[in-house]
Design a binder for this molecule. Structure first.
Ligand code: XLS
Ligand code: NI
Ligand code: NI
Length: 444
């Protein structure tokens, strides 16, 4: 089949690297999984079903190791902006998926094809590459966790995409998102993501907040309407982030996104893709964002990459600290899993990590870290002490008089009368933080 033919630029980039297998916690071979055992059943589901891990296109195959002070450090045979390069990139990507044994991938339109001369050519390139991917997905069994559009790299988007003061930029972004949803739909993607990197401001002095918010709400509504019109079954996800690259983004954190969705009547249509590093940038913990999204019914998917705590920006590193992830995985399991979502490694190797093997090692470590956190959180739940602590702490609310205070018709004066009649005088009770921290440590 022509569409799946390899590019003449294809290489043996990963030559000599064998498929990564599960070898158990005692393994000292760095190219084996010590905790991620895809088929192992934990709490009624396989590890692969809980985690639904995905490799991202941009950091692994498009990023070249550049930073603000230095030139690219990576040499990859597929670097270049032609369709032949794009096909060589796809060959390398699917080879990496095979080595890692991961079931999913994610991509931006711009990661996978050249933009060409105009949006029409960009659309044609993307449609052609979509056919190419479809054949490779069919042959490998690898699936698409989500697709998205890059509405932040090109200079036309420097003042925003949907929130741009220029309506022609809004229109261009709409056309690009339409094409990216089409590609995601054609590939049977489980979700479609919108991350608003430029949807915010650099200075409030040049910004009409009210207008930009309306534009973004309208844009998101049209994306949801389009999804239904074409019969795309995946979830639409917004990825919260407080700042970077813009100084302030409208999708600041889970709570902000939920309020935004409610203003436009989209809270049952759109969920969130929560990124570990973004949660930290927003001044929260990852578990806070996961727990809040689950409680609001908008937990969609996760980007598992962490930040370096000393740097203060989105460093997109592979997760490497399992105990730190246990509280978030507790909430994930309690929520019944991620549904159509998964665990995307929106992570990149450091710019000194120039070997093919480094790409594999990063994912092996990241996946093992998440698998270990899953096992710990599951053991914590099985033990039961934590859940019974929580139940006990709020047990007073099971009392009918307590429930009545929250029911419609309850009034402050009615409650005040009861407090007087029953001489209510609550005594402080310990919050037991140290006991809880020690308990979590026992399972980490
Ligand atoms: C950037 C975001 C981005 C999204 C996809 O910080 O994490 O990579 O995941 O556009
Ligand atoms: Ni990010
Ligand atoms: Ni991300």
């Amino acid at each position: 089949m022509a569409a799946s033919a390899s590019s003449p630029l294809s290489s043996d980039f990963f030559a000599g690297i064998k498929p990564v297998r599960y070898a158990g916690p005692k393994s000292s071979d760095p190219l084996t999984y010590r905790h991620y055992d895809a088929a192992r059943v934990v709490g009624g589901r396989t590890m692969a079903e809980w985690l639904r891990p995905a490799v991202c296109w941009w950091h692994n195959f498009a990023w070249n190791g550049v930073d603000m002070f230095g030139a690219p450090t990576f040499e990859r045979p597929w670097f270049g902006d032609t369709m032949d390069h794009a096909r060589a990139k796809a060959d390398a990507a699917f080879e990496m998926f095979r080595i890692l044994g991961v079931p999913f991938f994610t991509f931006h339109d711009r990661d996978v094809v050249p933009e060409g001369a105009d949006i029409a050519e960009f659309g044609r390139n993307l449609a052609a590459m979509t056919d190419h991917f479809a054949a490779k997905m069919q042959a490998s069994g690898v699936k698409l966790l989500w697709g998205t559009a890059n509405l932040f790299s090109h200079p036309r988007y420097m003042s925003g995409a949907a929130t741009n003061p220029d309506p022609d930029v809004f229109a261009h972004a709409a056309a690009q998102v339409k094409n990216a949803i089409d590609a995601t739909h054609r590939l049977d993607g489980a979700n479609y993501v919108l991350w608003g990197g430029r949807e915010g401001y650099e200075t409030l002095l040049n910004t009409d907040l009210a207008r930009e918010r309306e534009q973004l709400g309208r844009f998101l509504t049209m994306a949801v309407e389009y999804k239904h019109r074409i019969g795309f079954k995946g979830a639409i996800l917004v990825e919260p982030k407080p700042q970077e690259p813009s100084k302030h983004q409208y999708d600041y954190d889970v709570a902000t996104v939920h309020g935004f969705l409610q203003s436009f009547g989209l809270e049952r249509e759109v969920k969130v893709n929560i990124e570990v590093g973004h949660a930290v940038l927003a001044g929260h913990s990852f578990e806070h964002e996961v727990a809040l999204a689950a409680s609001l019914g908008i937990l969609g998917s996760l980007d598992a990459n962490r930040n370096d705590y000393q740097s203060g920006w989105d460093t997109d590193q592979f997760p490497n600290d399992a105990p730190e992830l246990v509280p978030a995985f507790y909430h994930l399991i309690k929520a019944g899993g991620l549904g159509t979502g998964g665990l995307n490694f929106d992570s990149k190797v450091r710019r000194q990590s120039i070997d093919a093997e480094d790409l594999i090692l990063g994912h092996v470590g990241g996946l093992d870290t998440c698998a270990k956190a899953l096992l710990s959180a599951h053991a914590l739940i099985e033990d039961g002490a934590y859940d019974s602590f929580l139940a006990h702490r709020y047990a007073g609310w099971d009392d009918p008089k307590a429930k009545a205070m929250l029911a419609k018709g309850a009034t402050l004066e009615g409650i005040a009368a009861r407090v007087a009649a029953e001489r209510i005088d609550p005594k402080p009770r310990s919050g037991k933080q140290e006991w809880l921290e020690n308990l979590f440590n026992r399972f980490s």
